[in-house]
Structure formats: structure tokens, C-alpha cells
Design a protein around this ligand. Structure first.
Ligand code: ADP
Ligand code: MG
Length: 252
């Protein structure tokens, strides 16, 4: 098991009192696995991801990476936060090389790796542009390449497609999926979109309303070797969608 959450709870101390965001969350993620976390808005999904990124400390339980407590951000963990994707004043190259620059490893092998990623994933022609000159989908691809620049073992993705319109979202999620699979990365995706979770992952963890608790975990058997679009057109997809839909506490 590469990531393990053992009874993770987190209570925020806010000016107007305590907010219990997570309650006793336990599950593990295996190497090379793609796991989605779904749950209603405000149930603690981003909180859970920021604990795994080493940015928040659980107030109860523990989060482990390869058996060691996660206590601070690490280059082994690539985190794509929900907000603040690319810096608008930096070029694409400036954005993609930001991590290595901050880690002071912007040297030969690292630059070769980034150049290789840019070539393989079709952004070599865009590196001199600024983010505002790119489409939403291309910006997401650049944000992912930036996250891959430090060669993390694990990718944490917080609602990476939520700002895109529906059709673009289908195309971009399939695109990002194929990059993650071909890089052989372990991925943990937070989303409020059941279809997205079933079309992309190996397992789906369903969280309850706040404080987030694990309601159930679904292994998406029968979908493993299908593309996200083929999954969406399958009977198994509809079955999993319905199973998860019944469990999700949607606030209307
Ligand atoms: P989600 O990503 O599922 O929408 P979050 O993890 O962002 O949920 O937030 C879970 C709950 O914790 C929400 O009620 C949110 O308002 C609260 N919360 C998030 N961050 C903080 C913070 N820094 N201080 C106080 N409360 C917070
Ligand atoms: Mg969130």
C-alpha cells in the first residue's frame, strides 16, 4: 500500500467555533492505482487531499506514505490544488519549471525530463506562451505536466476539470487519464461528479455529508481496460453510477 489513511479526523478551529470536516476516514491506495473520492460539496474532500499532500495535519488518526507519517509536502507527492492553477504572469515554461526552480534542481536531467514530457504530450510548441493564450484544456494539460515535472510517485488531483464546460471536460479528462496511465502513476482524484469518477478510476470512495466519513468503496470491476468514453457507453457504467448515486447525500 502506497498511501494509507488510518482513522483520519480533522476539526478546523474557525473564529466562530469548531468545524468538524472529517471523521474517522480509513482507506488505502495501492501503487499504480487510480482512486476517486466523491462526496457532496463541503464534505471534506479538499481537506482530505491537503492532508495527503502534507499541508494539513489530521487532528486524529494518521496519514501514511509508504508506511511513514506524512508530515510536510514532499516531491514524491504531486498536488494539483482546486484553485490557483497556473501563474498568469509566467510563461508555460516558467510555470512548468517552477517546482524544480524552487527545489533548486533545475538542472540537466530534470530539464531533459521536462522537455521530454512537453514533446510527448504536445506542449512543446506552447512553452513560450502565457496561460491566457491557451485553451482551458491545454492549461489543464500544462498544470498536469507541471505536477509531473518533479517525478512524483503519486498525483493528487482536486476537481481538475470543474472549470471546464461539459464537452471539453469529457475530452480533457480522457486526455489527462491517458497521460496518467502512460506515466504509470498512482492517482487520487477528488470530484463531486459520479460519472467522472466511474469513467476514470479503479475504485471509488464515497464520502458522507460533513463531517466526511467513508460510506462505501466501489471496485469498478469490468471497466479496467476500457477508455473513459467506452466506459461511459457501457452497461456496467450505468450500474455503478446508480449504486453510487443512491448513496450520495445530495443537498438540493
Ligand atoms: P469539499 O472540498 O468537499 O467541498 P472542504 O474540504 O473544502 O470540502 O471543506 C470541508 C468543510 O470544512 C467545509 O464546511 C468548509 O467550510 C470547512 N473548511 C475548509 N477549510 C477550512 C478552514 N481553513 N477553516 C475553517 N473551516 C474550513
Ligand atoms: Mg473542494
Amino acid at each position: 500500500m502506497i498511501v494509507e489513511l488510518q482513522g483520519v479526523s480533522l476539526t478546523y478551529q474557525a473564529p466562530d467555533g469548531e468545524v468538524k470536516a472529517l471523521d474517522n476516514v480509513s482507506f488505502g491506495v495501492n501503487e499504480g492505482e487510480f482512486v476517486s473520492i466523491v462526496g457532496p460539496s463541503g464534505c471534506g474532500k479538499s481537506t482530505l487531499l491537503s492532508i495527503m499532500a502534507g499541508l494539513e495535519k489530521p487532528t486524529g488518526g494518521s496519514a501514511l506514505l509508504n508506511g511513514q507519517p506524512i508530515s510536510s509536502p514532499s516531491p514524491k507527492i504531486g498536488y494539483m490544488p482546486q484553485k490557483d492553477q497556473l501563474f498568469p504572469w509566467r510563461t508555460i515554461w516558467g510555470n512548468i519549471t517552477l517546482g524544480p526552480e524552487l527545489q533548486k534542481i533545475k538542472s540537466g536531467p530534470c530539464i531533459d525530463h521536462i522537455n521530454d514530457l512537453c514533446r510527448r504530450y504536445g506542449i512543446a510548441d506552447f512553452i513560450k506562451k502565457t496561460p491566457s493564450q491557451l485553451s482551458g484544456g491545454m492549461r489543464q494539460r500544462c498544470a498536469l505536466i507541471r505536477t509531473l515535472a518533479l517525478s512524483p510517485d503519486i498525483l493528487l488531483l482536486d476537481e481538475p476539470f470543474s472549470a471546464l464546460d461539459y464537452q471539453t471536460r469529457l475530452a480533457v479528462s480522457a486526455d489527462i487519464y491517458s497521460i496518467i496511465r502512460s506515466e504509470g502513476k498512482t492517482a487520487i482524484l477528488v470530484t463531486h461528479d459520479i460519472s467522472e469518477s466511474v469513467s476514470l478510476s479503479d475504485r471509488v470512495v464515497v464520502l458522507s455529508r460533513r463531517p466526511g466519513r467513508v460510506k462505501s468503496i466501489h471496485s469498478l470491476q469490468g471497466l479496467e481496460n476500457m477508455s473513459p468514453m467506452d466506459r461511459r457507453n457501457s452497461d456496467a457504467f450505468r450500474q455503478y453510477f446508480n449504486d453510487i448515486w443512491k448513496e450520495l447525500d445530495i443537498n438540493v
